[in-house]
Design a protein around this ligand. Structure first.
Ligand code: MIC
Ligand code: SF4
Length: 646
């Protein structure tokens, strides 16, 4: 039997385990990426592990999230720390304003057939070029930089068979929205999506990257496209043809599931508030009055996307509607330079667009927040409650084509209604290449001192697990709780990412502002939740902050992959209800007690609800390694002990 692409790459990198879906495997990591919002912790962890240099083929530390530097020294202080850590420990450093990590990585570093681990949930964007790219928490990335394998459950592999060709004004964003509408934000959990079929060659690398990017919203472990002639042309235009190696599935490869998608049948789609799978056709919602339009983010800020938007304005001769505030944050300076070289920057500026930095910006609530109750149409990947920085804003996710048409009309508009002739964006023979904002590591690491900005306050683990856990249910939440609910982003909170005691104050602040105070008063306790708990961002702060506040165990119906791994890394016991109905039998404020002396992988424990005088069976969601980690109080003491014991 032949192999699919995921199996091929996993097989070539397998350090431990068997490639059976659901089983824990350890894979060797070739490249890592970190970004500033998660990177400060990742590099603090790396420093705590105590190695002199990274052991990967390539590690890149990007600054793209916290670039607002609004009214305080934290952002800039973090940047200096990251720059010094990269220089000292042997990583490349991409300066603030250079671009969004995923866009830059695909342009300048990604290599087909290799593995990439990134401390950001959209790391699978590099699957667009044929990499096995996975998002993880900062600690897992720090360990990969230390040369440790990355542990995950071998995913089921889903083949998405693409047929036909997209109609004019329908694009990659609509493809992934179509999949989200079919499968939901839980539909990809435990799975990798592998794209194949005759439709693949009709999609350019940036379009493939858009699709892989939002595979994260399906909850998927990763997504991947073949590396073919189109990939070669892209790498050649980046001056990187030497990095090309072909990748495709064997003709007789086996899949756990097959989905067919006829590209020609897809129409412009929109995800309504507050979930990326809340999908309707643009036609159905056409006419919705809009306050702002934002174009950018790691999903849709490539040359292909911004040229398309510019051409729509050029062809129509239109300007941004007077009632709309419209902004563009280009994915990289290369994209910006290309627009300028083609005279299209001029077109967009004259049309009335506000140009923001080449960074994540509004996607993570760093600027351009909508007005109160405002409606914002964005080419981004997440529209979770409060993420834009405005608590009651309504965010709609669309393609660049739909965003352009909406900016022109002032209301949600199907781009086909503009009556513009189809737009073809061809790839330049050669992109404008300028790596001057990417700094190489220091030649002599000993010369470099870590710049510890005064606000940095590191907490990396807790005490070893006691024999019994007891305390109150501090909060009970429903299904699909995101890490944006647990630890929000935004201009006020993001600057605190390297200060755990300070950021912990904001735990659950969007849904329950009293949480942190209560947790501290009660000396910690339990969290109870529903399905897919912790979906979304990879931010390990959503585990570290609860750990700091004394959360002992999280009891839910099911976990999202990255958040689950983060809980384990910081010694919080992850439990699931054996009978999902038992969720109804526990309430906030109930006093719980749990004997954890007998902790075994997948074992069943009896949770005593002292308030109700009832008992509820719960499953230990840990493999053998996880049991060790939680017992030790997190992975840091475990790794230190392991290294010392060698
Ligand atoms: C996001 O899109 O939510 C982020 C911000 O990029 C996060 C990382 C973070 O919280 O720093 C992610 O996707 O992992
Ligand atoms: Fe940045 Fe937004 Fe992409 Fe996250 S989803 S990496 S915040 S652009």
């Amino acid at each position: 039997m032949g192999l699919n692409m995921v199996q091929k790459i996993v097989k070539a990198h397998l350090a431990e385990g068997r490639m059976t879906p659901g089983e824990t495997i350890g894979i060797r990591i070739d490249q890592t990426l970190t970004q500033d919002a998660t990177g400060t912790m990742a590099w603090l962890h790396f420093s705590a592990i105590g190695l002199p240099r990274v052991r990967t083929e390539l590690s890149v530390s990007y600054v793209d999230h916290n670039t607002l530097q609004a009214g305080g020294p934290e952002n800039a202080g973090d940047h200096l720390f990251l720059q010094s850590a990269a220089a000292k420990y042997g990583a490349f450093f991409s300066k603030a304003g250079g671009g969004i990590c995923h866009q830059l990585h695909i342009e300048r570093f990604a290599v087909p057939g290799k593995t990439l681990l990134g401390s950001d949930s959209h790391t699978p964007t590099a699957g667009g070029i044929g990499m096995l790219a996975i998002g993880a928490g900062g600690m897992d990335v720090a360990l990969a930089m230390a040369g440790e394998p990355f542990y995950l459950r071998m995913p089921k592999v889903v083949r998405v068979e693409l047929k036909g060709r997209l109609k004019p004004f329908v694009s990659a964003k609509d493809v992934i929205l179509e999949l989200l509408s079919r499968l939901s934000v839980k539909g990809g959990v435990g799975k990798a999506f592998e794209y194949g079929g005759p439709g693949v060659k009709t999609l350019t690398v940036p379009e493939r990257a858009t699709i892989c990017n939002m595979g994260a919203e399906l909850g998927a472990t990763t997504s991947i496209f073949p590396a073919d002639g189109e990939t070669y042309r892209f790498l050649k235009a980046q001056g990187r043809e030497r990095d090309f190696r072909p990748l495709s599935a064997d003709p007789d490869a086996d899949y756990d599931e097959v989905i067919e998608l006829d590209l020609s049948g897809i129409e412009p789609l929109v995800a309504r508030p507050h979930s990326p799978d809340n999908v309707k056709t643009v036609r159905e919602l056409s006419g919705l009055k809009v306050h702002q339009v934002a174009i950018g983010s790691c999903t849709n800020s490539s040359f292909r996307d911004l040229i398309t938007v510019a051409r729509i304005f050029q062809e129509t001769g239109a300007r941004v509607h007077p009632d709309i505030s419209a902004a563009i944050s280009p994915g990289s300076r290369q994209v910006l330079m290309l627009l300028a070289d083609m005279g299209l920057y001029q077109v967009l500026v004259s049309a009335g667009f506000r140009f923001l930095e080449c960074a994540c910006g509004p996607c993570i609530g760093m600027g351009f927040s909508p007005p109160a109750g405002g409606i914002s149409v964005r080419t981004f990947n997440r529209n979770f409650l409060g993420r834009s920085g405005t608590k009651d804003a309504e965010v709609y996710l669309v393609s660049p084509e739909t965003a352009a048409a909406t900016a022109i009309r002032g209301e949600l508009t199907d781009p086909r209604e503009l009556g513009v002739a189809p737009i073809e964006v061809s790839m330049p023979e050669r992109f404008p290449i300028d790596d001057s904002m990417i700094l190489a590591p220091a030649v002599d690491p000993d010369e470099v001192e870590l710049h510890m900005a005064p606000h940095i306050n590191y907490v990396g683990h807790k005490d070893p697990l006691p024999k019994e856990l007891s305390g109150e249910v501090l909060i009970k939440v429903g299904d699909n709780i995101t890490t944006d609910h647990i630890l929000p982003g935004g201009a006020r909170i993001l600057p605190l990412r390297s200060n755990i005691p300070a950021i912990a104050e904001y735990t659950f602040s969007v849904i329950d502002p009293a949480f942190a105070k209560r947790a501290k008063e009660k000396g910690g306790g339990f969290i109870v939740g529903g399905e897919n708990y912790g979906q979304g961002s990879s931010r390990e702060h959503a585990a570290i902050a609860p750990m700091y506040l004394g959360v002992k165990a999280v009891i839910v119906k099911s976990f999202a992959r990255i958040h689950h791994a983060n809980l384990v890394n910081f010694g919080i016991l992850p439990l699931t209800f054996v009978n999902p109905e038992d969720y109804e039998r526990i309430e906030q404020g109930d006093a719980l007690r749990l004997l954890v002396r007998e902790l075994s992988p997948g074992g069943i424990l009896t949770l005593v609800n002292e308030t109700k005088g009832e008992e509820v069976p719960v499953r230990v969601e840990l493999d053998a390694r996880g049991v060790e980690l939680v017992r030790a109080g997190g992975i840091l003491p475990y790794v230190r002990e392991k290294q010392g014991g060698r």
